[in-house]
Design a protein around this ligand. Structure first.
Ligand code: AMP
Ligand code: GLY
Length: 415
């Protein structure tokens, strides 16, 4: 298959690694990709959020499938431009991507579909935000309504900090104040063709910057999969109570969700609750889910893109477990210091069961330079979490990035 992957993060690198591991002779191109991706497949310097440019490229190059990695092209309507021109695309159109792009829209859909989620109030003014903050009580949860690149959410016991966060994001639009939900978090990815869904293996993300879940929220500092502590019926429960009602509600509204429904869930003592939906693969969870996937990824994504998921079996996963740890630049998430050299990656070429998914890197001579906050993810597979963890941290110990930071407790709770 001729496949075009849009995006430039570690998630896209993991998607491409998975496609390559099929050894099916796919002709894969990434736009724009990054230095790690460019070492594996050709890259083209296209603006992934420009639907006309992407569609033109796909037609000229007879692309069979476009996979949209990040949220920005989805929210910009790139999938719509492709679909109108008959190009199979894995990723929802603009209307359905609002499930991620607008928290108010997501809450409204959940409400109508009867999907279990926490109480929430939309606030357009500081007075409205303050009223909701006092109604729900501490700890306070305040979220920017629109896309905020992982920075829009504040969970805090401090009322003043909650109000300041609301005030800041009110300059950019409305905010959502939510009831705090206590419990373990689960990320469950479901492939959807607009009518049917197929689940991937659950993962857990570490959202806070520092060990012991301290520090600010980030895009994700590490993850592991599967989750040995989940009940057996968990995935089926999420399909029945969350995924299918949501997909059906969207279908009924003529907003078919074709792509990856990312369910961000909390297991509260009253049952599963949705804390957020995303309209794409999660990063870094993808780095631990896809290496365990046995069923060829290309067939699954193509079936989703072309309405054929109903004919497929549930994807199969290896018994091996996976751990990923993100290496971030000094100062991430507030003000990452970029431009520093990364060394030691060449020493990992021989490391068995360890791969590196690049995120913010550019090539520089025989090495790399870090160009952003989350620089790369080290991914390790093993028979046990203890082994996979050991491999991941051994690999990190040979990578050098001045001021580089990573959490040391990823998957510790299951090891
Ligand atoms: P989100 O971007 O909505 O996933 O929020 C980022 C993180 O904030 C989540 O992964 C949770 O750890 C935390 N969070 C968000 N909403 C809530 C909530 N209602 N109750 C408790 N924690 C939350
Ligand atoms: N890891 C969280 C996300 O992808 O949104």
């Amino acid at each position: 298959m001729r496949i075009l992957v849009l995006g430039s993060g570690a998630r896209e690198h993991a998607i491409i690694t998975s496609l390559l591991s099929e050894n099916a002779g796919h002709d894969i191109t990434a736009a724009p990709g990054n230095a790690g991706i460019a070492a594996d497949v050709p890259v083209v310097a296209l603006d992934p959020t420009n639907g006309d440019v992407v569609a033109g490229y796909a037609i000229d190059n007879e692309v069979d499938l476009v996979i949209i990695g990040p949220e920005a092209p989805l929210v910009a309507g790139v999938a719509d431009k492709l679909r109108t021109r008959g190009i199979p695309v894995f990723g929802p159109g603009k209307a359905a991507a609002a499930l991620e792009g607008s928290k108010t829209f997501a809450k409204r859909v959940m409400d109508e579909a009867g999907v279990p989620t926490g109480r929430a109030a939309r606030a357009g003014t500081l007075d409205e935000a303050a009223a909701a903050i006092d109604e729900y009580g501490a700890p306070y949860v305040v979220k920017a309504d629109g896309l905020a690149a992982g920075k829009g959410v504040l969970v805090t016991p401090d009322r003043r900090a909650a109000l300041e966060h609301a005030e800041y994001w009110l300059h950019h639009g409305s905010v959502l104040v939510e009831e705090f939900l206590a419990g373990q978090e689960v990320s469950l990815f479901l492939l959807s063709d607009g009518h049917n869904v197929l689940p991937l293996s659950p993962a857990q993300d570490y959202k806070r910057a520092y060990d012991h879940d301290e520090g600010p929220n980030t895009g994700g500092m590490g993850a592991y999969s599967p989750l040995p502590w989940l009940d057996e019926g968990f995935v089926d429960e999420v399909i029945t109570t969350v995924a299918l009602p949501t997909i059906r509600q969207l279908a009924q509204e003529q907003k078919p969700f074709i792509g990856l429904l990312y369910c961000g869930l909390i297991l509260t003592n009253k049952g599963v609750r949705v804390i957020e939906f995303n309209a794409r693969f999660g990063d870094p969870e993808t780095q631990v889910v896809l290496p365990r996937l046995i069923t060829p990824l290309s067939g699954l994504l193509y079936a989703a893109a072309t309405g054929g998921l109903g004919e497929l079996e549930r994807p199969e996963f290896s018994r091996e477990v996976a751990v990923t740890v993100v290496l971030a630049s000094e100062g991430y998430p507030e003000e990452p210091i970029t431009g520093r050299r990364i060394t030691g990656l060449d020493k990992l070429a021989e490391a068995k069961g360890v791969t590196v998914a690049h995120a913010a890197t550019v090539a520089d001579g025989d090495g790399f330079i870090a160009t952003g906050g989350r620089v790369l993810s080290v991914v390790a597979l093993g028979d046990t979490f203890a082994l996979a963890r050991e491999k991941a941290y051994a690999a990190l110990s040979v990578i050098h990035l001045e001021g580089g930071q990573y959490r040391t407790d990823i998957a510790a709770r299951v090891s």
